[in-house]
Design a protein around this ligand. Structure first.
Ligand SMILES: Cc1cc2nc3c(=O)[nH]c(=O)nc-3n(C[C@H](O)[C@H](O)[C@H](O)COP(=O)(O)OP(=O)(O)OC[C@H]3O[C@@H](n4cnc5c(N)ncnc54)[C@H](O)[C@@H]3O)c2cc1C
Length: 491
């Protein structure tokens, strides 16, 4: 069991940490802790008890063993770009920053792998591999900032994941420390390893099973040619249909992204990407491979887009225009930040066939809740990112945004999808886990957590709800007269 709040005594903990780490690696004053009070989900803020910045595996091991002995919880933190509050600190806990683990240890061009520390930025891997004409495929839009350790912990996705898979499909090996300080080597150099697939288990584990301290990623050859096609539509539903039709035609783009009117205008004002601001929706479809294959696919994609009612179809004329088209998409989140003081970014996944229906429902709810929504998302994967705009200073707006967001996630589940595509559960979607899973499944999640971290000290309160919490949540959501989890005691 974790300590009761009253038992948390900061000065002795700080002294004990000073015995393990250089003074500059232990941050405990208010000013020092303030920058860590939230991640990318800024609606939730909490000051950490103390922040540590170790830079060797041995130091992390000692910190974890100390916290285990004192029964103090630990939250691992990469770059803090997470959008579901996974790295939200605990007032009675230690925030373990991995930012000093920022070295690329080895690039092996023959085996096409890179061994890196967890604090290395996603984009830095591709930049370093470019010297060997290689790159790392998963490319979250936050790739200039987010860390590979955070990518593994969230099983991050990105534009390229439609064709090349999520983080889990691009990692071969992990070095992980458990809460008790045991060093684990998980996975291996080959595609399969004996035993349970702990490598997959660690992906998306949100810092709750172990601290990732080394990552070996797969690298891919840079394609001979990459070309992007931009299509404009006068109707969001038509754009949604075009997405399903492209994939249905047997074409697998390297990226297939969609933006609606609000997102297009914000991105255009911000990045001057050349987007048609009068369109209701645009699609960006990237094709990569050998020259002839790309030419053939562009021809096919253009024909499909026209058949689906695109009002304008443009291929980027050169590398500079291609970069500009993507700059608009990759800068869309910060661009939308200019439209309202706050936004709440949802992340649900739906079958592609339901795109048009779900977008129409979101638009109707936007009017009902009186909160604008901008949509910018990985359409090819069916991974939605409705960004609900609100002003936290206006009483009730945050709560309205949260209720609206919860309704969207539940719709995702209802049409056969999931409550997260890539941003994780964190604190944000913990109640929706009760909608997605039944008690026997949640019980297995708890059993896995217990096997790795019996005292529940790593990132407690995130990602996996207690059954009691689901009972509480179920009591609020009565479906068809049926209370969810009727067998569980209410508190
Ligand atoms: C503008 C913007 C665009 C984004 N676009 C995308 C996108 O396209 N695709 C996508 O998937 N995500 C996206 N994200 C979300 C975010 O960038 C990813 O979830 C990313 O993987 C988080 O990495 P991080 O280093 O910032 O991790 P943090 O936010 O610091 O932590 C995230 C989680 O990982 C855990 N963690 C971090 N490091 C470790 C470690 N070494 N060991 C164990 N646990 C650890 C933390 O405890 C926490 O639970 C976006 C975010 C922003 C702000």
């Amino acid at each position: 069991m974790n300590r009761a709040p009253s038992e948390f005594d900061l000065p002795p903990l700080v002294s004990a940490l000073h015995a393990l780490l250089p003074a500059a690696a232990v941050l405990h004053t208010l000013e020092e802790r303030r920058p860590y009070e939230c991640d990318g989900l800024t609606a939730y803020r909490r000051l950490p008890g103390v922040v540590v910045l170790p830079d060797t595996i041995e130091q992390v091991q000692q910190v974890l063993r100390l916290c285990q002995a004192l029964q103090i919880p630990v939250v691992a933190r990469g770059a803090g770009t997470g959008l579901s509050g996974g790295a939200l600190p605990l007032t009675e806990g230690v925030l373990l920053s991995l930012t000093k683990f920022n070295r690329i240890l080895h690039i092996d061009p023959l085996n096409r792998t890179a061994r890196v520390q967890p604090g290395v930025r996603n984009l830095a891997i591709s930049q370093a591999a470019a010297a060997h004409s290689l790159y790392y495929a998963p490319d979250p839009s936050s790739q200039i900032a987010c860390s590979i350790g955070g990518n593994v912990a969230e099983n991050a996705g990105g534009v390229h994941c439609l064709k090349y898979g999520l983080t889990v499909h691009n990692v071969l090996q992990l070095t992980v420390l458990t809460m008790s300080g045991d060093l684990l080597q998980i996975g291996g150099a080959s595609l399969d390893t004996p035993g349970y697939d702990l490598l997959a288990l660690l992906h998306g584990s949100e810092g709750m099973l172990g601290v990732i301290l080394e990552v070996t990623v797969k690298l891919l050859p840079l394609p001979e040619r990459a070309q992007v096609v931009l299509a404009a539509f006068d109707d969001v539903g038509k754009a949604g249909t075009a997405v399903a039709t492209i994939i249905g035609a047997g074409i697998l783009p390297a990226g297939l992204e969609m933006m609606d009117k609000l997102a297009i205008r914000a991105a255009e004002d911000y990045a001057h990407a050349g987007y048609p601001t009068d369109a209701e929706a645009i699609l960006l479809c990237e094709l990569d491979g050998v020259n002839e294959e790309v030419s053939e696919q562009i021809h096919e994609v253009r024909a499909v887009l026209t058949r689906c009612g695109a009002t304008d179809v443009r291929s980027a004329r050169d590398a500079a225009e291609r970069a500009l088209f993507w700059a608009g998409r990759k800068g869309a989140f910060p661009a939308i930040g200019r439209l309202a003081p706050d936004y709440y970014c949802m992340d649900g996944t739906i079958p592609r066939r339901a795109l048009a229906e779900v977008l129409t429902r979101i638009s109707a709810w936007s009017e009902e809740f009186a909160l604008p929504v901008a949509n910018v998302f990985h359409a090819g994967d069916g991974n939605l990112h409705p960004l609900i705009l609100y002003d936290a200073n206006k009483p009730g707006e945050l709560q309205r945004a949260e209720t609206f967001g919860a309704r969207i996630l539940q719709l995702c589940v209802a049409v056969g999808g999931t409550i997260t595509g890539e941003h994780g559960v964190g604190v944000e979607k913990i109640d929706q886990m009760c909608v997605q899973f039944r008690p026997p499944e949640l019980a297995q999640f708890h059993a896995v957590k217990h096997a790795f971290d019996p005292d529940g000290l790593l990132n407690p309160g995130k990602a996996v709800p207690t059954l009691a919490r689901c009972a509480e949540f179920g009591a609020m959501h009565v479906h068809g007269g049926q209370v969810r989890f009727p067998d569980i005691e209410r508190f």
